[in-house]
Design a protein around this ligand. Structure first.
Ligand code: FES
Ligand code: FE2
Length: 353
């Protein structure tokens, strides 16, 4: 790794907001008889279902000899270590030491438990195990609304949480990187209203014509002006919303999970209703969406490689890098535990989309 110029401190946009909820797995991935390993903020976790089927997250390290508990199995709702068979309950307390006569429970015979919730088809874990969660996991919109169709897709991106969030919410790259699939036609002047409040930053696009490219044409075959919002919500939600008239509405919410500093898991959930039949939309949009994500993933990997090779970031931004700097500011404030500010930042920016 090269060092940066003398006197400059290497910069990486890394913020670790631990006292919040992150998706650790999908509900379907967590069966009742098998623990699964997960890593969030470089912390190894084991997920399993206790005797009531409740999703549970423990530190993936047996109290006895530090073997990963995820190598074990689940029996009658207890997580059994694969080495000597210590059996842990959903609170992380060891209830049975097979070779020991007498009471197995003891203060030292427990592993750290992380608060977990199962909601909207995901297992969410609160990454500050000693804190009581003051908030609940982010609620995904429209899942219960029968007028909407939902498509889910998960992908691991070799990039920081910040770079991944910025990418999802960045409009100017779309006409270049995704040309033909999404945007890339004649440029149109639009105004973006950027707002930042205590827990979020959003860009609202005013006067934006239907985007060129396959995705825009499918969403609105007849054209027209769209309502478009890009939102970041602390600590790791990126949401893109398009509405065209009463009958076309698409919301893509990505819940991002930092596996490590330079690896981020993206759980994308698209909910939509359009004038076209749902099955047709799903059949066409899913492969196109995945192709777009793959273009982003490849570019983010190159960005990460470059940043690491040069020993840090050197970012030069213009007015049309609308949300990246605000996302960074909110992440840093949340990481430091600054009290949320009630100020509303608002600014109008002209750009060509
Ligand atoms: S290491 Fe887990 S029971 Fe011994
Ligand atoms: Fe993209």
């Amino acid at each position: 790794m090269e060092s940066t110029a003398a006197g400059t401190k290497p910069r990486f946009s890394l913020a670790r907001v631990r006292n919040h909820w992150y998706v650790a797995a999908t509900s379907a991935e967590l069966k009742s008889n098998k623990p699964i390993p997960r890593v969030i903020f470089d912390t190894p976790l084991v997920l399993f279902r206790d005797e009531s089927g409740t999703a549970t997250a423990l530190l993936d390290r047996c109290a006895h000899r530090n073997v990963p508990l995820s190598l074990g199995r689940v029996r009658e709702g207890r997580l059994i270590c694969g080495y000597h068979g210590w059996a842990y309950d959903g609170a992380g307390v060891c209830r049975d030491v097979p070779a020991l006569s007498g009471d197995a429970t003891g203060r030292a015979r427990r592993v750290k438990r992380f608060p977990a919730r199962e909601r909207d088809g995901f297992i969410w874990v609160f990454m500050a195990p000693d804190d009581e969660p003051a908030v609940e996991p982010f609620e995904l919109p429209h899942l219960a609304d029968r007028r909407y169709t939902t498509v889910r897709h998960a992908v691991t991106v070799p990039a920081t949480l910040h770079a991944t969030l910025e990418n999802i919410l960045d409009v100017p790259h779309t006409a270049f990187l995704h040309r033909g699939l999404f945007r890339g036609g004649r440029r149109h002047p639009v105004t973006a209203v950027v707002r930042r409040t205590a827990d979020r930053a959003e860009a609202e696009y005013v006067g934006e014509p239907r985007p060129a490219g396959l995705v825009g044409t499918l969403l609105s075959p007849t054209g027209g002006e769209i309502e478009h919002f890009d939102r970041f919500i602390l600590p790791s939600i990126a949401q893109v919303e398009y509405r065209l008239g009463e009958r076309n509405h698409v919301v893509v919410t990505s819940a991002l999970t930092p596996i490590g500093d330079f690896e981020t898991r993206m759980y994308a959930v698209a909910t939509f209703r359009t004038v076209l039949p749902d099955r047709l939309m799903k059949a066409i949009l899913t492969p196109v969406g995945i192709a777009i994500l793959e273009q982003d993933r490849r570019m983010l990997r190159r960005q990460t490689e470059s940043v690491r090779r040069f020993g840090g970031e050197q970012y030069v931004s213009t007015d049309v890098d609308l949300l990246g700097p605000h996302i960074w500011r909110l992440l840093r404030q949340a990481e430091r535990g600054d009290p949320p500010t009630e100020d509303v930042f608002e600014r109008r920016v002209s750009l060509l989309t």
